[in-house]
Design a protein around this ligand. Structure first.
Ligand code: DGY
Length: 326
């Protein structure tokens, strides 16, 4: 008899097929989002969970499934999983790093350019039939080329953002829990390490790429926004909760900063409706990694992690090696 696993959200049929070669798969191709009770109910009797960032894999969920051995998240972020509770229960947890770095960095740049150059706002104007004449000061924005980009969270995606700035003849400053090696800094367009406050004062534009944790909650709030240049653009491609969205909306209304490009929101998908009243924002619904090849790579990576974890091997992207039984 094959081990049974739960796939919580719709995924590429090829990936269900791959999993089915190894497991009895309960899938969810109708793509209902399971709340905690439904997740607990469906997990009963399963040994593996192919989870998504929309699933709250809390300590409660983990403790309610005594036979569970592995939780393999289809995302690089894993703040939806209580890893400490999983470790305590001897459950392996994995994520999907690396395969989405370049695609997510691309979206960071798309949002930066769209917001700074007022692409979304001017497109809405055009679509609304308001464009009657060209004018010298129509939709003046900020330059990207030649400017200084500040990257907060200089992991793999942050470094990919920095590398892209070479083509725009830019300077890079960054803030991170730990400094990069001199070689890494050189490869990331000679990125210069700064304290957070100095970065916010120095950068022409700021991109957030740090993981969410209680320690990074509201890394950017009213006080931090007040340090930024009034011509600056803020981009959040990291996680909702890293920015105090109400404070950001207020700063955008007052002109404390010029614009924002936002892909992730507090309490998403139920974001702060104040964003919709603003013209100086480019908004996308958490699509940082959403290219077909990258989402396929993420799904395949999560599936391979699950296959390895449930066949006694060390999964390639194991987050909690201490959970493995000796
Ligand atoms: C991730 O991988 O963490 C992304 O945010 C999900 O697309």
């Amino acid at each position: 008899m094959k081990p049974t696993v739960l796939v919580t959200r719709a995924v590429f049929p090829e990936v269900i097929e791959l999993l089915s070669q190894h497991f009895d798969v309960e899938s969810n191709q109708v793509d209902e989002v399971y709340g905690e009770d439904e997740l607990k109910r469906r997990l009963q009797g399963k040994v593996g969970l192919f989870s998504n960032p929309t699933d709250g894999v809390s300590a409660d969920v983990i403790r309610s499934v005594p036979g569970l051995k592995a939780v393999c998240n289809m995302a690089v972020g894993y703040n939806n999983i209580d890893v400490a509770a999983a470790t305590e229960a001897g459950i392996l947890v994995t994520n999907t790093p690396d395969v989405l770095n370049e695609t997510t960095a691309d979206l960071g740049w798309a949002l930066l350019m769209a917001a700074a150059r007022r692409v979304t706002e001017s497109e809405h104007y055009l679509r609304a039939g308001l464009w009657k004449k060209w004018s010298y000061d129509g939709f003046l924005g900020a330059d990207i080329h030649g400017s200084t980009v500040g990257v907060i969270g200089m992991g793999r995606i942050g470094q990919a953002i920095a590398r892209r700035s070479i083509g725009f003849d830019m300077q890079v400053v960054y803030h991170n829990r730990s400094r990069l090696t001199p070689e890494q800094e050189a490869y990331a367009n000679h990125a210069r390490y700064l304290g957070k406050e100095e970065l916010l004062r120095t950068a022409d534009h700021v991109v957030l790429v740090l993981p969410y944790s209680p320690a990074s909650h509201h890394t950017i709030g009213a006080a931090e926004l007040a340090l930024m240049k009034p011509t600056a653009t803020l981009v959040n491609i990291a996680r909702g909760g890293i920015v105090d969205d109400a404070a950001l909306i207020d700063a955008l209304k007052r002109g404390t900063i010029a614009a924002a490009g936002i892909d992730v929101f507090e309490n998403e998908p139920a974001f702060n409706p104040g964003f919709l009243e603003l013209k100086n924002v480019a908004l996308t619904p958490h699509i940082g990694s959403a290219s077909r090849p990258t989402r396929m790579a993420m799904a395949t990576t999560a599936a391979r992690n699950l296959i390895a974890a449930l066949s006694g091997q060390v999964p390639p992207n194991l987050l909690n090696p201490e959970a493995r039984q000796p």
